[in-house]
Write a protein that binds this ligand. Sequence first.
Ligand SMILES: [Zn+2]
Length: 127
Amino acid sequence: MKKIDLKYIKDVPDSCKDLKVYSCKIIPPKGFCAITLFGFILIRGTEEYVIRYLNSRRGKITLNHERIHVLQGRALGWLNFYINYLYFYLTAKNRGLNDHDAYRSIPFENEAYRHEEDFDYNQTIWD
Ligand SMILES: [Zn+2]
């Protein structure tokens, strides 16, 4: 796991400049790109790969998506955030949704996907 110094990434939006970002080869697991754990953002891949990714527009959007989860976690408290996240996921699975649809139905993901291209988004619905 390597800390990514965002000052070496070009055109990082102001709102994302203070994020704590790490490259990691095993977390999140295969099939996922990034995860926010208690305020730390882990992006899957080598340091070189993550730097290249963050220099792309898609990488910036992912960063902003994770920043919205940081807002949510701070607003609710991290433990409360993860308990609710899991609860929403499991109740969606219980209604018969597949893994992907259950994931997308989680209100935290809804908010993050809806606003991930808005780099000035700062007011989470959970405040
Ligand atoms: Zn998300």
